[in-house]
Design a protein around this ligand. Structure first.
Ligand code: NAI
Length: 328
């Protein structure tokens, strides 16, 4: 029976993977994959990793030396994998290209609505017996301009939901979705989207081209008071530039589900620790910043789909069969 060792697993991962009927034997490991934990993969033909596992060249070399032939990402993005090294060592990398784009799109809209109407502040206030409304003023989304950067599987749903909220929707992507165009969504160059939008949501992958897509220069070109939302990958935003924008008021509000240095923070309970990341700590001081810890994907449907696809991917690769979800 082929064995899959799953790194960085949490109770909710195990529930999803245990529900799937598959000949692949599952061994759940809590540690994150990194150079100092890669020995845990010794002898396993396949390992499964998540967004913040380290799948850099030295780790791949060690995996190959231990007999691993397949790295199965239980996520869509693969920016944490050195694909050249994987190819050099004959390791096949597979991923889950789409598990529930609805989950991420709905979370994106949840962040926009919550941040705009200051739900995060209202919740704490009311529980504390403070029924004042000062500082909770939002704006009608209807009639506002919202830009979706990246209209792939997730971005198209975000754009459609924003359209249903009666926003004027702009989109930035080389590939134009005909259904969105039919609704009246307008594809525009990035410059125009930045200049004309009240809300900007990032739904593109992290690549060399999109790294720090939102930097000081981009923020300078945005409408004063713009809302920026990132459920893509942390490094799409230069966080220090965003902080400067928040301090000057040019950025009106910021919602993040991802953070460029999240690998040191997210997915663990650190409530008893002192946060050592001063940039992140500064972000948390703003009343107009809402952060969730990379949970946009976290629905029952998505977890089931992730487990089913991952196990099918591993079964195919280890059997030497073609796998449609091979990266790239
Ligand atoms: P996708 O591959 O279906 O769509 C990405 C789209 O971005 C494509 O249409 C592509 O043409 C476009 N794009 C690429 N470079 C661009 C650029 N410079 N400017 C504008 N558009 C550009 O990917 P999908 O499934 O929609 O996911 C998007 C991203 O969302 C993933 O790469 C991943 O980083 C992130 N994600 C985040 C999750 C979370 O839990 N927060 C969960 C799943 C994905």
């Amino acid at each position: 029976m082929p064995e899959l060792r799953l790194f960085s697993t949490k109770p909710y991962d195990r529930v999803g993977f245990d529900r799937v009927d598959s000949p692949v034997e599952r061994v759940y490991l809590e540690p994150r994959l990194a150079l100092d934990t890669v020995g845990l993969a010794d002898g396993a033909p396949a390992v499964c990793v998540f967004v913040n596992d380290d799948v850099s060249a030295p780790v791949i070399e060690a995996l190959a030396a231990g007999g691993t032939r397949c790295v199965a990402l239980r996520c869509a993005g693969f920016n944490n994998v050195n694909l050249d090294a994987a190819e050099r060592h004959g390791i096949t990398v597979v991923r889950v290209p789409a598990y529930s784009p609805n989950a991420v799109a709905e979370h994106t809209i949840a962040l926009i609505l919550a941040l705009n109407r200051r739900i995060h502040r209202a919740y704490n206030r009311v529980r504390d017996g403070n029924f004042s409304l000062d500082g909770l003023v939002g704006f009608d989304l209807a009639g506002k301009t919202a830009a979706v950067i990246g209209t792939g599987k997730i971005g198209t749903i975000v754009a459609r939901l924003l359209w249903h909220l009666r926003c004027r929707v702009l989109a930035v992507d080389d590939f134009h979705d005909e259904h969105l165009v039919g609704l009246g969504v307008e594809y525009v160059p990035l410059e125009r989207a930045l200049a004309e939008s009240d809300v900007i949501t990032l739904n593109c992958p992290l690549t060399d081209e999109t790294h720090h897509l939102v930097d000081a220069a981009a923020i300078e070109r945005m409408r004063p008071g713009v809302m920026i939302v990132n459920t893509g990958r942390g490094a799409l935003i230069d966080t220090e530039a965003a902080i400067d924008g928040l301090k000057s008021g040019r950025v009106g509000s910021l919602a993040l589900d991802v953070y460029e240095e999240e690998g040191e923070l997210f997915f663990e309970d650190r409530s008893q620790e002192i946060i050592g990341d001063d940039v992140f700590a500064r972000l948390l001081t703003f009343p107009n910043v809402l952060v969730t810890a990379h949970q946009a994907f976290l629905t029952r449907e998505a977890l089931d789909a992730i487990a089913t696809t991952t196990l099918a991917n591993v079964e195919a690769v280890l059997a030497g069969e073609p796998c449609p979800n091979t990266v790239p």
